[in-house]
Design a protein around this ligand. Structure first.
Ligand code: MN
Length: 286
């Protein structure tokens, strides 16, 4: 058993995207802040409608997957394939852009708290041009495991493995084998979880702080903590308890060329994506 340690902490920076939605970006705030296969993690979290009301009107993607996980609020997703997803607290939307998708994500509330995450996961070269896919996962389909000593874990993708007891989440069988769990811990509570050796992993604290590894190293609130190699992670919540998401995935080890909402392997493929989008054939079948 090799315990993973906290290798690097990336503090989220305040930024905005879409038509002016305020958010906190940790992974992906620069090209150096990616963690293969994870390209970006944004947390949106505010009580102020001015920060979210403009939403994300129609925009394209190619070459990767976007995962939206809502904690609070109400968002409507619509795409060019005719999919409509009404996202509320606890719901997940897993969208595979593949060769192309055009979609919008618009708030359906005029006031109150809006909070959640958007995660971008890369696709291998062999899957970047596959047909777009879409899956809505209602909160009721996300298993919640109650931990000994309080706290709980929601399993969105991959399989939770605590003391050999396995709880599979609804998303399985992707080539990057992502683990995506949402953890809530009581003050000073310890969380231990098996993580596949060789997979890159990080956690992101969205309430409170945690200590990671042995000897424990503190990860402050609103930070992505990149984990070292190993096959286990141990996290201790701070004095006020903590909430964090934990992500792990198989690295692709392929070149990443990103231009806004397009993520490919070469500059030529990016230029092709821009041409396809401008010509209205980004989403056209092969
Ligand atoms: Mn989008």
């Amino acid at each position: 058993m090799v315990l993973r340690t906290l290798q690097q902490a990336i503090r989220a920076v305040a930024t905005s995207d879409g038509a002016g939605v305020k958010l906190y970006r940790s992974i992906g705030q620069s090209a150096a802040a990616r963690l293969d296969p994870f390209l970006m993690l944004d947390e949106f979290g505010t009580e102020n409608p001015d920060d979210y009301i403009a939403g994300f009107p129609d925009h394209p993607h190619r070459g990767f997957e976007t995962v939206t996980y809502m904690l609070d609020g109400h968002m409507l997703h619509q795409d060019h394939m005719g999919n409509r997803g009404d996202l509320r607290g606890g719901d997940v939307q897993w969208m595979t852009a593949g060769r192309g998708i055009i979609h919008s994500e618009m708030p359906q509330q005029l006031e109150g708290r809006m909070r959640g995450f958007q995660l971008w996961i890369n696709l291998p070269a062999s899957e970047k041009m596959k047909p777009a896919g879409y899956r809505d996962i209602p909160a009721a389909d996300v298993p919640a495991v109650v931990l000994k000593g309080g706290g709980s874990v929601r399993v969105i993708a991959g399989t939770l493995d605590i003391d050999g007891k396995q709880t599979p989440g609804p998303m399985q069988g992707l080539s990057t084998e992502p683990l995506f769990v949402d953890v809530e811990l009581a003050p000073r509570q310890v969380f231990r979880q098996a993580l596949p050796a060789g997979h890159n992993a990080f956690l992101y604290t969205y309430e409170g702080d945690v200590s990671v590894g042995e000897p424990p190293r503190v990860l402050p609130p609103r930070s992505a903590g990149i984990l070292s190699e190993g096959d286990q992670v141990s996290v201790i919540a701070g004095e006020g308890g903590a909430r964090f998401i934990l992500l792990a995935g198989r690295p692709l080890r392929e070149p990443v060329v990103q231009y806004g909402p397009f993520v490919m392997n070469t500059r030529e493929e990016i230029e092709q994506a821009v041409r396809d989008y401008q010509a209205g054939r980004l989403t056209a079948g092969a």
